[in-house]
Design a protein around this ligand. Sequence first.
Ligand SMILES: *[C@@H]1O[C@H](CO)[C@@H](O)[C@H](O)[C@H]1NC(C)=O
Ligand SMILES: *[C@@H]1O[C@H](CO)[C@@H](O)[C@H](O)[C@H]1NC(C)=O
Ligand SMILES: *[C@@H]1O[C@H](CO)[C@@H](O)[C@H](O)[C@H]1NC(C)=O
Ligand SMILES: *[C@@H]1O[C@H](CO)[C@@H](O)[C@H](O)[C@H]1NC(C)=O
Ligand SMILES: *[C@@H]1O[C@H](CO)[C@@H](O)[C@H](O)[C@H]1NC(C)=O
Ligand SMILES: *[C@@H]1O[C@H](CO)[C@@H](O)[C@H](O)[C@H]1NC(C)=O
Ligand SMILES: *[C@@H]1O[C@H](CO)[C@@H](O)[C@H](O)[C@H]1NC(C)=O
Ligand SMILES: *[C@@H]1O[C@H](CO)[C@@H](O)[C@H](O)[C@H]1NC(C)=O
Ligand SMILES: *[C@@H]1O[C@H](CO)[C@@H](O)[C@H](O)[C@H]1NC(C)=O
Ligand SMILES: *[C@@H]1O[C@H](CO)[C@@H](O)[C@H](O)[C@H]1NC(C)=O
Length: 581
Amino acid sequence: MRNVDKNLCLLIFGFLFLPSLLHLISAADYVPTDKVLLNCGASPETTDSDGRKWTSDIGSKFASKGGNSSTSTAATQDPSVPQVPYMTARIFQSEYTYSFPVALGHKFVRLYFYPASYSGLNASNAIFSVTAGPYTLLKNFSVAQTTQALNDDFIMKEYSVNVPTEILNITFKPSSSSPNSYAFVNGIEVVSMPDIYNTADGASMMVGENVAFIIDNSTALENVYRVNVGGNDISPSGDTGLFRSWSADSQYIFGAAFGVTETIGSNVTFQYPSGMPTYVAPVDVYSTARLMGPNQNINLNYNLTWMFTVGSGFSYLVRLHFCEVEEVITRHNQRVFSIFLNNQTAEREADVIAWAGKQGVPVYKDYVVLVPTGAPQQDLWLALHPYTATKSQYYDAILNGVEIFKVNDTSGNLAGPNPVPASIVGNEPSSANRSSSSSSHSNYLKAIIGGSVGGGIAAVLIVGLLVCGVCRRRRKAKYSSPSDGPSGWLPLSLYGHSHSAGSAKTNTTGSYASSHPSNLCRHFSFAEIKSATKNFDEALLLGVGGFGKVYKEKLMVEQLRLQLSVGIPLLSKVCMNSKLR
Ligand SMILES: *[C@@H]1O[C@H](CO)[C@@H](O)[C@H](O)[C@H]1NC(C)=O
Ligand SMILES: *[C@@H]1O[C@H](CO)[C@@H](O)[C@H](O)[C@H]1NC(C)=O
Ligand SMILES: *[C@@H]1O[C@H](CO)[C@@H](O)[C@H](O)[C@H]1NC(C)=O
Ligand SMILES: *[C@@H]1O[C@H](CO)[C@@H](O)[C@H](O)[C@H]1NC(C)=O
Ligand SMILES: *[C@@H]1O[C@H](CO)[C@@H](O)[C@H](O)[C@H]1NC(C)=O
Ligand SMILES: *[C@@H]1O[C@H](CO)[C@@H](O)[C@H](O)[C@H]1NC(C)=O
Ligand SMILES: *[C@@H]1O[C@H](CO)[C@@H](O)[C@H](O)[C@H]1NC(C)=O
Ligand SMILES: *[C@@H]1O[C@H](CO)[C@@H](O)[C@H](O)[C@H]1NC(C)=O
Ligand SMILES: *[C@@H]1O[C@H](CO)[C@@H](O)[C@H](O)[C@H]1NC(C)=O
Ligand SMILES: *[C@@H]1O[C@H](CO)[C@@H](O)[C@H](O)[C@H]1NC(C)=O
């Protein structure tokens, strides 16, 4: 009797809540079949700062029998480096294979490296190759040199491979060309993934040539960038079950024109379209965006540009994520823009509403760019510009997310030469003693500092006015029309995501250098600005738009890539203008 009651209850409950249950399931994260997190050389079980559990590779069934290797703890560990999995390592003096029994299908392979001295070995001698199945992931790879060049303390390499057999072999092999070389690894992650990056349907076009580029089961990819445009970092556990890391985009923006960031409007309903798995990218990616700005005159005069450094001689799959977040944009031809990749037109008329059907609905587009051989590292440019020929209502552009993948070459290779550390420009007093946090993986890149310097015709430079905040402005149908004329609004390069530098006095939480940790802000000397702008060389003039002359040049300061702008309007004016808007 009791059982009958219970079943009846369940039935009624189920009947009432089935629809919402179904909804929950359809919006659920991906559940990987295989999920191996190996903390090499560590004690049995460890948990990382993201809450993920790692098992040890000591005596593990994945480790090769009779392989010659040893384990060690890093001799020194920077406090900014996560303990798990970077504190311990397995060291290989000769070839060593991990064999992972897995289900057939695509896998993410993530390799974790921290270049320290292990067992008294010199970190510079760790030069090795790594293969996964038939693919060469790394060759003549120096962790020490790579991290130094990237100004990082540690490095995670992510690959996507299809495994058509029941075993995935990952092999580490010390370089044979240098005598004392050895190999090591701190952590290995093998996780099943859905086949979301294939373009076998011909959906990805080779930019500049009108041919489809097929990414299929035979293709291995290396993720080189994964960016939440206009938003924050997303940690692996914040992703949709695929444990991808997304980083904020400000460190990749080129030039002084940073646009504005926007979060999804309160009455815009976010909804994945039917047929698009919810794990393609998390809601957090689609609900934040970067736009060019409210002044259409300025927008017409610049390109909203991101710059990504990549290895030469490979094709790259560029996936752009879009979702209209602004309430005022509901129809076709309200905001139409062109997309350029490496200065070539990838999309002439991008209209997110036309693609997605309505606002709040995500859509993504794939493009393939060939980065020719040449210097070992080159910049891959992504630029957006309003498209005016259709006379769209707003001259603006929008982007929510970017993923960039290196595509294996014809021999199944993904490895390129080690990046060469840039020479350090200047002798900054603070650079020698950078606080550890500023050098941490995600922080250092974020520390893009916009220096805004005002001056008149006499070039009276007011130096030291630095901004560390972000323009997160809610713009509700407040576009200024092109006829409004220049307003003096300056799209400043700003740091941070939760700060608002929107108004001068009221809710400014992150305006001036003094209110921020010193490692994020820096004062520039006149000499530095002069040298950065090559003595105000007219050739470096970016634009004369509504915001006066903007000079730009890359500066290596504190080994950060900083961007410095010398603009005419004073900061106070900028703040005032944004307050009035
Ligand atoms: C393992 O490596 C050590 C040190 O290089 C060497 O002395 C030893 O002979 C190796 N053992 C095997 C089985 O290869
Ligand atoms: C790709 O590989 C997966 C799993 O390995 C398989 O299920 C699928 O049929 C393959 N696709 C093609 C087109 O061969
Ligand atoms: C490690 O090797 C590099 C290059 O061979 C050398 O410059 C450095 O001094 C060595 N470090 C130590 C601690 O021996
Ligand atoms: C291996 O890498 C080192 C360091 O980047 C470089 O000096 C050397 O030329 C490379 N060797 C080969 C064979 O590529
Ligand atoms: C994996 O490696 C093991 C041991 O080295 C070898 O016996 C096996 O054939 C390899 N399997 C594949 C699929 O490469
Ligand atoms: C959003 O809400 C505001 C105020 O509540 C309203 O004026 C506006 O029309 C709404 N927009 C849309 C697209 O529903
Ligand atoms: C794209 O244009 C910029 C600016 O004119 C230039 O610096 C850059 O080298 C170009 N990039 C390519 C790949 O042509
Ligand atoms: C924007 O980029 C494209 C492609 O590199 C270039 O042709 C165009 O001149 C740029 N426009 C502006 C305003 O910089
Ligand atoms: C990637 O490597 C596989 C295996 O070597 C090969 O079949 C495929 O053609 C390569 N892809 C490209 C784009 O070269
Ligand atoms: C860096 O710190 C060390 C020890 O804390 C100190 O001796 C040195 O003078 C500092 N260097 C600079 C450039 O501040």
